[in-house]
Ligand binder design. Structure first.
Ligand SMILES: [Zn+2]
Length: 174
């Protein structure tokens, strides 16, 4: 059984890029002459199954305004800034521990063995400490105040919500 399992595990990769939400206007001068400056690639674990290892390949893009010279980023609708795990992983752990009453040790084991997310008890403990005080979970961006580092760009014309929904549906359909 164990020998077979290793061979059966499938790697499922999803690619996300800030360039999918290419800014229409510069958040500093409001003009529309923007170019892609540089990027960082990150691999972010998502919640898998015993047979599917899910990873996100995320391209964080730095944009530059050709008019005023400012460099800026956007907040991707699906990936919080500086996320080391996808929001679904955190939500899963928080719900099981805080709402279902499972232990941190048990949930950490399940994440590693059943969901193929490599993670330590210390990290899960930190999520619980952070989220235990809040009513809402961070994945529900629609009702939250913008994060501290939020560039403010997407809120200029109020398209944040519609962009998020549109992109999400597209990804689910493919
Ligand atoms: Zn500008």
């Amino acid at each position: 059984m164990e020998e077979q399992e290793e061979n059966e595990i499938e790697l499922e990769i999803r690619e996300h890029s800030d360039a999918d939400f290419f800014p229409e206007k510069c958040p500093f001068c409001n003009l529309s002459n923007i170019k892609r400056l540089t990027y960082h690639l990150r691999e972010i674990p998502d919640l898998g199954t015993p047979l599917i290892c899910r990873r996100i390949y995320y391209e964080r893009v730095y944009f530059k305004c050709k008019e005023c010279g400012e460099v800026f980023t956007i907040e991707h609708p699906l990936i919080p800034i500086n996320a080391r795990y996808m929001p679904g992983v955190i939500k899963y752990a928080v719900v099981r521990i805080l709402e279902k009453g499972d232990s941190i040790r048990r949930v950490t084991q399940d994440l590693n063995e059943l969901h193929l997310v490599k993670i330590s008890e210390t990290t899960v403990q930190r999520w619980i400490n952070e989220h235990g005080k809040k009513e809402t979970l961070p994945t529900d961006l629609s009702d939250e105040d913008p994060p501290e580092k939020f560039s403010g760009f997407l809120s200029l014309d109020g398209t944040f919500k519609s962009v998020k929904v549109k992109k999400n549906d597209q990804n689910l359909a493919t």
